[in-house]
Design a protein around this ligand. Structure first.
Ligand SMILES: [Zn+2]
Length: 484
């Protein structure tokens, strides 16, 4: 079972539970910072020429933190007896018994990942933006969050969803107890009951004053009925997806047929902008550190949260429509970071969430056994004629119709670009690569004997996941018989 997916629930926490959740989030932040302090300390010693082992991997960091928390450096008491002699009693970290220990361990694992990302980025082995050295998490600037691993003892999982004793709308966490959730957990419960999903983690976080719990599961492959039938390894069937400003998405195949056009995408940021401006003005007018300011900040955060929710919901809808009907999609590899430097267009470009759309299409297509490929950034999809492949001059954004100067072919600007993308994929199919896996793509998940009948251990057509996998299990996780 190699598919990670997640289910997100809103927590209906009692006031005392909010205190407990905040304490765990604080412990997570504390452990991360303490581990980072240990690393920096060891690096300093090493720099002075003293041979010392710097804890680096998640596993080493957990051990370093665990030995630190029991040491005198984490807590000690001076006891003076009647004779006046002073004795030091090592207490270790005084509050360590009040939180679930895995929270600290997972924070150490996170730091290990951060350090690895920094090291790889420095050696040039990591794509994307340069990663800096991990920094301390400040309370005011970090979103409260912590993660708990699911362990099984005597056949009983430590994280349970809809426990019979606690009711269907609940999630049970070790040390924290039963958390009521607002949403129905039936789909997840059914997948767990039938062995089609295993809980790996629960991440609890607060955003805009609301606590949510995200249950990450390792799930069986999608039901064959929801997967694309395997294709003989020919080059055909590609659909180009052009992301643009006038229409969020225009998809077309090589014959020039438009298969999807999304004109009416919500622009949540643009709609919310007047309100966001007003709310942020209110924040700046309140005295620093005052209760009024804290409340104004919370209102602004809620407004931003709403923008993000609307955007995400819509992107999932569009991605779903594309991957449901087309098994081979090609998207332009947009250089959004560079485009955002154009200040006049920045808001318009960041509003639709193009990069997110590509990411969602990518993993949803993988789940369905389809293919996604990026066309190179410099491929002239807008300037080229989709009928005779002549490359014309660049089109300003205002020109909506493409007209070829050679053959006189006219088409909608976005349809022309989408067709060009599809044509590109058809020609370069042999070299196509999955944008996320960075390796050749095959319908790998289908495996042997892929028929339309459900097999044991497979998901039924209604068992999806609602979220992309946020966490992947890495070598740093001290889990016996780890998954990959
Ligand atoms: Zn032409």
């Amino acid at each position: 079972m190699g598919r990670f997916t997640a289910f997100r629930f809103t927590v209906d926490a009692s006031p005392s539970q909010v205190v407990v959740l905040a304490r765990h989030a604080g412990a997570s932040r504390f452990a991360f910072n303490q581990c980072l302090a240990l690393v920096k300390e060891a690096l300093d010693v090493k720099r002075r020429g003293v041979p010392v082992v710097v804890p680096w991997s998640g596993f080493d960091l957990i051990n370093a933190f665990n030995s630190w928390k029991c040491s005198a450096r984490a807590g000690r008491r001076f006891v003076v007896d009647a004779a006046g002699s002073v004795e030091v009693v090592v207490t270790g970290l005084s509050w360590r018994a009040q939180v679930c220990q895995q929270v600290c361990e997972e924070a150490a694992v996170d730091l290990g990942r951060g350090l690895a990302a920094w090291a790889e980025s420095r050696r040039g082995k990591r794509s994307g933006r340069r990663v800096g050295f991990p920094t301390f998490k400040r309370k005011a600037r970090t979103r409260p969050s912590f993660r708990i691993r699911c362990t099984t003892k005597a056949g009983r999982a430590s994280i349970r969803v809809g426990d019979p004793t606690a009711g269907p709308r609940s999630v049970c966490l070790p040390r924290i107890g039963v958390l009521r959730v607002r949403e129905d957990t039936r789909r997840l419960r059914r997948m767990i009951r039938t062995g089609r999903a295993h809980i790996r983690y629960a991440t609890v976080s607060a955003r805009a004053g609301r606590w949510t719990i995200t249950v990450t599961v390792q799930a069986a492959a999608l039901h064959p009925a929801r997967q694309h039938p395997p294709r003989p390894d020919g080059g055909g069937g590609w659909v180009g997806v052009d992301r643009g400003l006038a229409a969020l998405v225009v998809a077309a195949d090589t014959t020039g047929r438009q298969v999807l056009r999304v004109d009416d995408a919500p622009r949540p940021l643009r709609t919310a902008l007047p309100r966001l401006r007003r709310l942020s003005r209110q924040v700046s007018r309140k005295r620093r550190g005052s209760r009024n300011r804290a409340e104004a900040v919370a209102r602004l955060a809620q407004a931003h949260h709403r923008v993000a929710n609307i955007r995400r919901h819509f992107l999932h809808k569009v991605a779903n429509r594309l991957v449901k009907t087309h098994d081979r999609l090609v998207l332009e590899d947009l250089h959004t970071a560079g485009m955002l430097r154009n200040r006049r267009l920045a808001a318009a470009i960041s509003d639709p969430g193009w990069a997110d759309l590509a990411r969602i299409i990518g993993y949803q297509q993988r789940w369905r056994g389809g293919q996604t490929t990026p066309a190179p950034r410099w491929y002239p999809s807008t300037k080229m004629c989709s009928a005779c492949a002549t490359i014309g001059p660049a089109l300003p954004l205002s020109v909506r119709i493409f007209r070829c100067q050679e053959c006189g072919h006219t088409a909608d600007r976005d349809v022309n670009a989408a067709v060009n993308l599809a044509v590109w994929a058809e020609h370069h199919h042999a070299q196509t690569r999955d944008p996320e896996v960075r390796g050749p793509v095959t319908n790998a998940s289908r495996g042997d004997g892929s028929g339309q009948r459900p097999r044991a251990g497979e998901t039924s057509p209604d068992d999806g996941g609602t979220l992309p996998p946020r966490i992947s299990v890495t070598a740093g996780t001290p889990e016996k018989g780890g998954v990959s």
